[in-house]
Design a protein around this ligand. Structure first.
Ligand code: SAM
Length: 236
């Protein structure tokens, strides 16, 4: 899967993502990650990419031209007739695990990171297909949100995780939180690992885990539990 990120800070994105599991997947060519420096595409002699907003107001706005020319370069590189272009913005749809599962089916995704007060609306209208927010707070730029999205989506791309099962038993899959997990030793500071996990009885273990998942979700995330119940009670 290809990720193309349009940003004023390509080194931040590359350094943040090119490590650990995602870094290994890039090395193994399961993922292809490219950060495009919007500043390189400005036609301004002074390499300017921002200006004051018409009508006044706080801060500077990223201009349409450098963003659009970066997009044309990405499009040329991708050689695809259509590709989703995601603008990271606090005004977008909330990014969730369900969204990550949908987006992981795409062949390629393009991300546009805003900075300062955002981006000239006209270029957003021209190139953006989706808008996503990572939460109801305002960050200084779209780089961290892009990294969050690329990380969450990448884990769902076949071959990225060593254990393919892992993503389907984890929290938020099917609107449930993951069950509690334990590792060696069997007893730590007087606390024992639940007997069922030591029994070797696989059916009982999965039954216990499912019960724990449901219980935890009900206690910790009643909002999520409601969604789980709705789907469970009304299967398609
Ligand atoms: N003036 C903009 C507004 O009120 O909608 C906010 C601009 S914010 C300071 C600068 C950039 O950070 C945005 O263009 C966007 O790319 C990114 N950003 C900030 N918060 C975000 C969030 N919660 N989710 C996704 N992107 C965010």
């Amino acid at each position: 899967m290809k990720f193309h990120i349009m940003t004023l800070f390509p080194e931040m994105v590359m350094q943040g993502l090119n490590t650990s599991i995602i870094g290994r997947a890039i090395e193994n060519q399961i993922l292809d990650l490219k950060a495009w420096n919007i500043r390189e595409y400005t036609k301004s002699r002074h390499k300017k990419v921002d200006d004051y907003p018409y009508g006044g107001g706080a801060g500077m706005l990223m201009q349409a031209q450098p963003v659009y020319d970066t997009f044309l370069a990405v499009k040329d590189d991708l050689k695809m007739s259509h590709c989703r272009v995601i603008y990271l913005t606090p005004q977008g749809k909330l990014f969730t695990q369900t969204e990550a599962e949908q987006l992981a089916k795409e062949e390629a995704l393009v991300f546009l990171c805003g900075h300062y007060e955002g981006i000239d609306e006209r270029v957003l209208e021209e190139i953006v297909t989706d808008e996503y927010s990572i939460g109801d707070y305002v960050l200084t730029g779209g780089e961290l949100p892009a990294m969050v999205m690329v990380d969450a989506i990448s884990r769902l791309v076949p071959g990225v995780l060593n254990n393919e099962d892992s993503a389907t038993t984890e929290s938020l899959h099917n609107h449930l939180l993951e069950y509690p997990q334990y590792s060696r030793p069997e007893e730590w500071e007087g606390r024992r690992v639940p007997e069922v996990l030591l029994s070797g009885h696989h059916l009982n273990i999965s039954k216990w885990r499912m019960e724990q998942s449901i219980l935890r979700t009900k206690e910790k995330r009643p909002d999520l539990y409601k969604k789980y119940k709705k789907v469970k009670d009304n299967p398609l």
